[in-house]
Design a protein around this ligand. Structure first.
Ligand SMILES: C[S@@+](CC[C@H](N)C(=O)[O-])C[C@H]1O[C@@H](n2cnc3c(N)ncnc32)[C@H](O)[C@@H]1O
Length: 469
């Protein structure tokens, strides 16, 4: 492994005696992990059905290592059911360190493709709101898909530069995550292209970007709110010195401690410019100390005075439901929480707007709330996101197949499937399958829609989500 020369010199001086241990890491493969989507399934229940042998990631409750030579979790039907996210284990740390309380309004400002947003959303447990942003529109599309796959409805996906967000969301958020664009030194083992990018860009470019983001983000945090800053790089300019930058521009913001796994290192005041001893409150994850690729984490809190500004909530003209939609929604149980008074219509597309949604008008939105489906001539077509949002028992016409049933793969590939009426595929005992929309599930977890006509299921799985070969 030939590391970029400038990086090699710097890391040698940073690590001193530990340099050789760090270099030895490149003799072995990177670590691979999955993180259980606790908004769909508890860790305990997932472990009962897990198709993979798993080993816990010691610093997060729902993270596990898997053997990537043995398993391909991205091809299993449970992945399509949104039961887990495939994530490098140290990247699981930021969202696990940022505590989320019921009803929080949360911003993930550099969110794509959603590794941390999906966990923040799961921690909200259907309460509050998550605003997930990424400056790159194409990356924000992948973010939206991952949030929808996770079954998240109380969210908004935005693609804006931070200065536009800070104009719209003054002191709005209880929690903010900045998983900053960085030089990615912790990704060198994952891909040698990261080293080429490092050589082309260096660390200064990212340090500048990070300061631009931090400057805007501190304006959006509520008094008493918490902000987590993370990178997957080791360079002091982007870690301790970015933290010092934030402390220098806002007197109300200070670093706070958080519980650290025993193999996390403290931040290093000597790598900053001010020698601020509080930098020890940050955490550094090094690949030669633990089973992960590396990360840097800093947790901040904004001083709270008596006054906490509320946020202006989104106002909309509630949709006057037409008959086709009303017919469909009778099949959805009330505990799914889709109250007709909070539905907005835009050119035939219906969105459920969760309570407490901030005013997002004027922003470049990819999604606000839960996309329910489209009203077409004489019919309502439910969306893929609605299928993923619902629990099996919240729809009254369900086909539940087992993961090893060949028809699951056929369904995910977009094929028509036939039901074996003899063996009663609809697991809901006594429930007779009706013609019309059915929620297709795998082992009790929704995958998408199909339209039943006497045991023949016409495939309605979203074409862009289909399983390839
Ligand atoms: C480290 S990645 C985020 C990974 C993501 N948090 C996850 O866990 O999947 C950084 C992201 O920041 C985005 N980005 C870069 N500059 C930005 C800016 N000024 N404002 C918002 N996002 C930005 C990039 O497009 C990139 O997707």
């Amino acid at each position: 492994m030939v590391l970029p020369k400038k990086f090699d010199e710097r890391i040698k001086s940073q690590l001193g005696d530990e340099y050789d241990d760090y270099i030895k890491c490149f003799d072995s493969d990177m670590y691979h992990g999955i993180r259980v989507n606790t908004s769909k399934i508890s860790v305990e229940d997932f472990l009962k059905i897990s198709p993979f042998e798993l080993e816990p990631v010691p610093w997060t409750k729902n993270g596990f290592y898997y053997d990537h030579k043995k398993y391909t979790p991205s091809k299993h039907p449970y992945y399509y059911a949104g039961l887990y996210y495939i994530q490098e284990p140290s990247a699981m740390t930021p969202a696990s360190v940022l505590d989320i309380d019921e009803g929080d309004v949360v911003l993930d400002i550099c969110a794509a493709p959603g590794g941390k947003s999906t966990e923040l959303a799961a921690k909200l447990g259907g309460t509050g709101i998550l605003i997930s942003n990424d400056i790159s529109n194409s990356r924000a599309k992948a973010l939206l898909k991952n949030l929808e796959l996770f079954g998240i409805g109380n969210m908004c996906v935005v693609s804006e530069p931070p200065n536009n967000l800070s104009k719209a969301f003054e002191e709005t958020f209880d929690k903010i995550l900045i998983d900053a664009p960085c030089s990615g030194e912790g990704m060198f083992r994952k891909s040698s292209s990261m080293m080429t990018a490092w050589e082309n860009n260096g660390t200064e470019l990212f340090a500048g970007l990070q300061r631009g983001i931090l400057k805007e983000v501190c304006k959006m945090l509520k008094p008493g709110g918490r902000l987590l800053y993370s990178t997957c790089t080791f360079s002091p300019e982007e870690d301790e010195r970015s933290v010092e930058y934030l402390l220098s521009i806002d007197d109300c913001i200070h670093l706070i401690d958080f519980p650290k796994y025993e193999k996390f290192d403290d931040g290093n005041p000597e790598w900053g410019e001010t020698g601020n001893p509080d930098l020890k409150k940050c955490a550094r994850l090094w690949p030669h100390h633990l089973k992960g690729e590396g990360h840097f984490i800093a947790l901040f809190e904004k001083d709270a005075d008596a006054y906490v500004r509320g946020c202006q909530t989104y106002s909309f003209k509630p949709y006057k439901a037409d008959e086709d939609f009303l017919n469909f929604i009778t099949h959805v149980s009330a505990d799914a929480g889709i109250t007709p008074g909070r539905i907005e219509e835009n050119k035939g597309r219906l969105y459920y707007i969760p309570d407490g949604m901030p005013d997002v008008k004027g922003l470049r939105l990819l999604r606000h709330g839960l996309f329910l489906g489209e009203v077409k001539k004489n019919r309502f077509e439910p969306s893929q996101s609605l299928a993923m949002y619902l629990k099996k028992n919240q729809f009254d016409n369900v086909v539940d197949l087992q993961a090893d049933d060949i028809r699951v793969i056929k369904y995910l590939k977009g094929e028509t499937i036939e039901l074996d009426t003899e063996s009663a595929d609809s697991v809901d005992s006594g429930m007779e399958l009706k013609n019309g929309y059915v929620l297709v599930c795998v082992d009790g977890y929704p995958l998408g829609w199909a339209k039943n006509n006497r045991g023949v299921l016409k495939n309605k799985y979203l074409s862009g989500w289909r399983m390839m070969s």
